[in-house]
Each structure stands twice: as structure tokens, then as C-alpha cells.
Design a binder for this molecule. Structure first.
Ligand SMILES: [Zn+2]
Length: 446
């Protein structure tokens, strides 16, 4: 489903990973940490009492507001992407990065602390330079389109919390790639990628218990009947000891959201209260069927694998270009070695360029797993109408374009276009024509 806004905690993850492997596949990395489904509030009631067959849900026509949101969003995406390249370039080519490193040396003295101080200084400078755009995108625009209920204070608090979490992670982990750059200038990209795998797994493991609660209020589900039904569905999907959490989110946003997060023992199904308030019981179960698909089909592990490969590819590309760029511009940059921490903006800049190039491949894969989950959800609930109507509500209320253009799909679409999903869900009924289910082998008898 669509993602109308970047949640504050997601922003941190991009930072986290920047730090972690000293490399970011910005959006890709972010998204992999929680396979988030954002649904939005619907005021229309949808009849789901009727049998799901012969009752296809039409794809809603996009409203004028949706089209405006889509077109302005595309322009803003280009601005944001350009800005994300411009800021590190500015800090590099003005020699400001070298100056930051000198201050960091004066304060930190020892190598490890110099890295940490540099990173915090860099993060603060970047935060300040990014602030007007992130304030507009994350706060003003969300209110203009009625997608957020947050006060400025709440938004700013989340934003600062993101900065603090990123700073802590950076101080803890940035030394890995820089030590490797110094000790193994030819293979650092390989070792860093290998080290990133357990780190990413660790972040995914602790994220739901240590990081997510900094931003949201997690509690048990209030509707015990529905919780029982969700757990019964989980049991049929072959998920044992599944845990369901409800997030009190209605004071921040109208957006609806449900996701599977965590790893191993911290794996969990999370529902925002907004989703529970707006969708009916059958629609909630249909959405849960999709989420359980992610869970059962091991999508979290697959995304971890994909992310590791992307990091490897991007770091290799950085390795092949970084020394050349440093030699070429060393006088302007004020440093002559890639292992100098002042090179961090260059590392981030090159990572941003290469991850932009790799993104279409990554999103093609995420769209594939989303299709798998749609299929799984329909097969386990057999409630085509509930799923399709939930998707249609999401499209309307989320201001999601049902049929975005090909460039949007290639570079920005984690999920397949909603029109495609609704049409698939409407028509996918293998049990009605005696065909076997693709994922029937995963299901337990009720
Ligand atoms: Zn999904």
C-alpha cells in the first residue's frame, strides 16, 4: 500500500544505515526495516456482507486533490533528490568538511572520538541545511493535504529524537568502515559489506523494542474479539506465538498503517489504532492476511539479503571512484586520503548516486514480494471483496494515484500501483475454479 509520508522513525533508519555501513541506500534501506503498509482513513462504509464473488470493487478515479498531490509530489521528489546530493557536495567543495574535521580533532583528540565528534557535527550541519525542506515536506505539506494531526512541537520533537538516535548509532559504528579504509584500502568495501549484515540484522532485531517505542506508544490490542480472530488467522498461516500490538497513533495522523517488523523473537504484527478505527473487521483481517504473507514467506530475511547485496554493489562502486575523486579535488576538499573522516560527505554523496541507480532493481523486487503477499492474503482469507475494498479506501483517503507513470513506478514504488492490485485481488479466485493454491502448503486446517 502507499506511503503518504515518511514517518519520523523511518528518517532515522536512513541515518542509522548511513552510519552503519557508512553507506546508505537511503530509501531502500529505510523501507526494508519495516515492511510498512500505509492505509488511510475512510469515511465511506463498504458493504462486505455480500459474498465476495461476483462483486468486484471498481478502481476509484483519482480526485483532483489526488492528482495535485501526485504531480507536486513528483516535483518535490526531484527537488529532494537533488538537495540530498547538493548538501554533501557543498560541504565538500567549500572545504567545510575539512574544517569540521579540524574542530573534531581539537575536541576529540583520539582517533575514535574524532570520528564521533565529526559525525555529530556533520549531522547537525546537515540537519540545519535540510530543515526548511524537511519542515515543508514532513509538516506543512502533510497538514495542507489533511494527512497529519501533529502539532509543530510533536513533529519537531520526533525530528530531534531522530537526530539523537542517528548520532548515537553513528558514534557507535562509524569507526568500522573508517578503520577498514585505513587498514585495507583495497578490500574495505568487501569487509564493510560483510560487517553490515549482522549490524543490519541487529538493528532489525532491536528496532521494535528499543527504537520504535521512542516515537510511538505500543500496547496490547483493545478489541479482544478481533485480536482472537487475528491470532486464529495467524495460526492458520502457521505462525506460532505471534504477537499483536496496537499503536496509539490517532493523535498524530489520520493515516492507517499495519506492518510486520522485527526479527526472530522480536518479530511482531503491529496495527495502528487508526486502521482499527476505520476499517471493518473483515478488511482488517484481509490486511492481516497480506501482512502474515510477509511473515510466513520470509520477506524480512529476503529484504535483508537484498539490502546486503545492494550495499555490496554500491560500496564497490564507491571504492572504484572515491580515490580518483579525492586525488582530483584534494586541494578544494582539504584532504588527500579516503580514510580521512572528512571524506564522509563524499562517501555519502557517492552512495546516494549509486543507490539512485540501483533503486529500480530494488523496487522491482519489493513489488514482487508485495504481489506474493497479496496472493497469500487472498488465498488465506478468500475474501476478495474485503481486500479490494480496503485497497480502494486507501487509495481515496491516502491521495494515492491508482495508475502512476512508469518513472514513478521504477524509482519510487515499493508497492505495485493500487489499480493493478485491486484488479488482481478482484479476479484471483483459484479455489472457485478448482485450481490449487500457490501457498496452500503453508496453511493449517482450521
Ligand atoms: Zn506488504
Amino acid at each position: 500500500m502507499e506511503r503518504p509520508m515518511r514517518h519520523a522513525s523511518e528518517h532515522i533508519f536512513s541515518r542509522l544505515l548511513v552510519v552503519a555501513a557508512a553507506c546508505v541506500l537511503m530509501t531502500v534501506a529505510t523501507e526494508a526495516l519495516a515492511t510498512t503498509e500505509t492505509l488511510n482513513a475512510g469515511d465511506g462504509t463498504v458493504a462486505t456482507d455480500s459474498p465476495p464473488s461476483a462483486n468486484p470493487v471498481p478502481v476509484p478515479e483519482p480526485s483532483e486533490e489526488t492528482l495535485r498531490f501526485y504531480h507536486s509530489g513528483n516535483v518535490l521528489w526531484i527537488v529532494k533528490t537533488f538537495w540530498a546530493l547538493f548538501v554533501p557536495a557543498l560541504i565538500l567543495f567549500t572545504g567545510f568538511s575539512a574544517r569540521l574535521r579540524n574542530w573534531a580533532r581539537a575536541i576529540g583528540r583520539k582517533w575514535f572520538f574524532v570520528l564521533g565528534v565529526y559525525f555529530v557535527l556533520y549531522l547537525v550541519v546537515e540537519y540545519v541545511l535540510d530543515f526548511p525542506l524537511s519542515y515543508y515536506l514532513g509538516f506543512v505539506r502533510q497538514h495542507d493535504y489533511g494527512l497529519s494531526n501533529q502539532t509543530f512541537g510533536q513533529w519537531f520533537g520526533d525530528s530531534l529524537m531522530g537526530l539523537v538516535v542517528a548520532a548515537v548509532m553513528g558514534v557507535l559504528f562509524l569507526w568500522v568502515p573508517y578503520l577498514l579504509l585505513k587498514k585495507s584500502p583495497r578490500r574495505w568495501w568487501l569487509y564493510t559489506s560483510v560487517a553490515a549484515v549482522p549490524f543490519l540484522a541487529l538493528v532489525m532485531l532491536v528496532q521494535p523494542i528499543l527504537i520504535a517505542p521512542l516515537f510511538d506508544d505500543f500496547g496490547p490490542m483493545k478489541d479482544k474479539t478481533l485480536e482472537t480472530e487475528i491470532l486464529q488467522l495467524a495460526d492458520r498461516a502457521g505462525i506460532d506465538g505471534g504477537r499483536v500490538f496496537e499503536v496509539n497513533k490517532s493523535e498524530d495522523t489520520n493515516a492507517m498503517n499495519a506492518y510486520v517488523g522485527g526479527l526472530l523473537d522480536t518479530k511482531r504484527i503491529v496495527l495502528w489504532d487508526t486502521l482499527l478505527n476505520k476499517l471493518n473487521r473483515e478488511q482488517v483481517l484481509a490486511v492481516m492476511g497480506h501482512e502474515m504473507g510477509h511473515y510466513v514467506l520470509g520477506h524480512i530475511w529476503k529484504l535483508l539479503g537484498l539490502l546486503s547485496l545492494l550495499i555490496l554493489a554500491a560500496l564497490y562502486a564507491v571504492h572504484r571512484t572515491m580515490d580518483f575523486v579525492v586525488r582530483r579535488y584534494q586541494h578544494r576538499f582539504g584532504f588527500s586520503e579516503a580514510s580521512d573522516v572528512a571524506s564522509l560527505p563524499l562517501l555519502l554523496l557517492l552512495m546516494a548516486v549509486f543507490s539512485l541507480a540501483l533503486r529500480p532493481m530494488a523496487f522491482a523486487y519489493t513489488r514482487h514480494i508485495e504481489r506474493e503477499s497479496d496472493r497469500f492474503g487472498v488465498e488465506i482469507t478468500r475474501n476478495n471483496h474485503a481486500m479490494a475494498s480496503a485497497l480502494a479506501m486507501l487509495q481515496d483517503e491516502n491521495l494515492a494515484h491508482p495508475r502512476p507513470g512508469p518513472l514513478y513506478v521504477l524509482w519510487r514504488a515499493w508497492h505495485p500501483p493500487i489499480a493493478e492490485r485491486i484488479e488482481f485481488v478482484n479476479g484471483y479466485r483459484p479455489w472457485a475454479i478448482g485450481q490449487s493454491l500457490t501457498y496452500g502448503g503453508y496453511f493449517r486446517d482450521p
